[in-house]
Design a protein around this ligand. Structure first.
Ligand code: FAD
Length: 515
């Protein structure tokens, strides 16, 4: 067994550079002593995917861990705050009677009193005889986001604020920032397009060869080559588990459009608007919106999809041509083979809904650093890594599929097919069966294997108007008075928060000045 002294990351997108920064930062105390060298090779001819503008709150911990402060991130990546996701027309098509949207906030339900969900289900959150939506009843975040307020005050510290939040950002700028930061942490950047991967006599990777004749040998290789999966897939043959029969979208048409006015309000949430054969994302950055229609090519064609996107955007899209992307939705159950680990799109991709892409990169980079095989013993850590990542992917799939499977839409084959039981993983069916007669509980989840906390499941479940029958278990929840008081308190505090929190655009401008 040979000690690991030399790491080569192949690919310089978000996955490559985030992993590089994470490893450089966390192995830095031992890097000199052990002499571990981290290099990253990227191709100037093969671009990065360049989409992926939404994140999950875990990104704040990651940026703090690698040493990038918030103001710099916001300024250099043209970032804005993301307090959650607004789902438009997911339950029923536009124009139908009933709620036309729901909110998935990132703040957890208030935890001052009893757990509020069962009491909301008992109807105790009613105001003026009207039952508010679950997200409205248990946090003040929707009220704050609806009023165009940011999640924190000017004076709140780096990455901290009264509301939980993530960011929207320009994906190209993020890769550039991470590249600069990684190099400042000592990562050695090499330009080159890998055209050949050389194996040793054990079938492990010995070196990669670039088109311009460089031979880059290493002890550990990280495959961050995106969908092409040059090392883990093409060379080592790790099978790709397609999810086409569960998650139907396989194409995206992406278009960046300007705001109507430079000082237009910036929504501090992603808008996800359900359409006849998929959904449109709408993300507000500082100077433009990022939009895109993610659709199923089995349920529509590109010309119709473009029309749907144009109808959504309106005149701002005139004269602009959307970029078509083909998506491989699925993942590799084995993401670490011998001395090669896949991180990012090379390992898998569960469609953009709920921004799992970067979250899964963060987990993989963290796991790799934690499990780092200093002594060259790969087998045990590979098993651990593979089991953990597979379990995480399975749970993300359930969470994302839940959005589609609970829709009441029957207006197109896409939505009807999504409710077909054959397309719903058994693990999700079991969860839904349990929750039809009792509310979800945190014990239903193994926290270390979940990307999404129990509250996210609850916000989506009840946002999608899932029904839980409380007839036989109401008596288990006797704290009606405390819960009612807490619902009232949340509504009052929301009004105070509106006075306290700044306008979202002004908060962003403040941070840009502070950077
Ligand atoms: P890429 O960005 O494709 O980078 C691959 C790198 O490998 C490039 O640097 C390339 O030059 C290099 N490379 C490839 N082949 C070679 C070679 N032979 N030699 C040398 N270098 C090579 N994620 C989220 O978290 N939130 C979102 O909102 C979100 N939205 C998305 C929307 C769409 C439509 C898509 C497709 C994805 C979205 N994702 C999102 C996923 C996210 O974009 C990716 O997870 C993230 O960008 C990481 O990509 P990557 O670094 O793995 O691959």
């Amino acid at each position: 067994m040979k000690a690991v002294k030399n790491v080569l990351i192949v690919g310089g997108g978000t996955a490559g550079w985030l992993t590089a920064c994470f490893m450089a930062k966390h192995l830095s105390s031992t890097r000199e002593r052990e002499g571990i060298q981290i290099r990253l090779v990227e191709s100037k001819d093969i671009g990065i995917i360049g989409v992926g503008e939404g994140s999950f709150p875990s990104i704040r911990g990651t940026l703090a861990a690698i040493g990038v402060d918030e103001a710099r991130f916001i300024k250099e990546c043209h970032g804005t705050f993301k307090q959650g996701i607004r789902f438009d027309h997911w339950v029923r098509p536009a124009g139908s009677p009933g709620a036309d949207h729901y909110f998935h906030p990132f703040s957890h339900p208030s935890q001052r009193g009893p757990e509020l969900l069962p009491y909301w289900l008992k109807g105790l959150a009613a105001r003026d005889g009207q039952q508010p939506a679950f997200a409205d009843a248990v946090t003040m975040q929707k009220c704050i986001a609806d009023a165009s307020r940011g999640p924190k005050r000017f004076a709140d510290k780096d990455f901290l604020g009264p509301m939980n939040y993530a960011y929207h950002f320009d994906a190209g700028r993020l890769a550039a920032l991470l590249s600069e930061h990684g190099q400042s942490l000592g990562v050695n950047r090499i330009l080159g397009t890998v055209e050949h991967v050389q194996l040793d006599d054990q079938g492990a990777i010995a070196a990669v060869h670039t088109q311009d004749g460089q031979v880059l040998a290493a002890d550990l290789f990280i495959d961050c080559t995106g969908f092409s999966a040059g090392l883990i897939g093409k060379t080592l043959g790790s099978p790709f588990k397609s999810l086409n029969d569960v998650l139907f979208v396989d194409r995206a048409l992406a278009l960046q459009v300007p705001y109507a006015k430079p000082d237009a309000p910036i929504p501090s949430y992603t808008i996800s608007s359900a359409q006849e054969a998929g959904w449109i994302w709408d993300i507000g950055l500082q100077e433009r919106r990022g939009t895109g229609y993610v659709f199923s090519s089995r349920h529509t064609d590109e010309a119709r999809a473009e029309q749907v996107l144009r109808n959504y955007i309106g005149p701002a899209a005139d004269g602009m041509t959307p970029r078509l992307l083909k998506l491989n939705v699925g993942y590799r159950e084995t993401q670490w083979i011998k001395n090669c680990v896949a991180i990012g799109l090379s390992g898998g991709f569960i469609e953009p809904l709920e921004s799992s892409g970067i979250g899964l990169i963060e987990t993989a980079a963290y796991l790799l650093t934690y499990l780092f095989p200093f002594n060259g013993e790969f087998d045990a850590v590979a098993t651990q890594f593979n089991q953990h990542m597979k379990a995480r992917y399975e749970r993300v799939v359930d969470f994302v599929k839940m959005h589609f499977s609970l829709s009441q839409r029957t207006d197109s084959a896409f939505w009807r097919d999504n409710r077909d039981v054959a397309s719903i993983p058994e693990s999700l069916q079991e969860k839904l069966k349990m929750w039809s007669c009792r509310p979800p509980h945190r014990m239903d989840f193994i926290a270390d294997l979940e990307m999404y906390p129990p509250s996210s499941w609850q916000f989506v479940l009840y946002g999608m108007e899932f029904q839980t029958d409380m007839a036989n278990n109401k008596f288990v929840y006797p704290q009606d008075q405390e819960a009612t008081q807490e619902f009232q308190m949340i509504a009052q505090m929301a009004q105070r928060a509106l006075a306290d929190l700044p306008d979202h655009r002004k908060l962003v401008e403040h941070l840009c000045r502070a950077a």
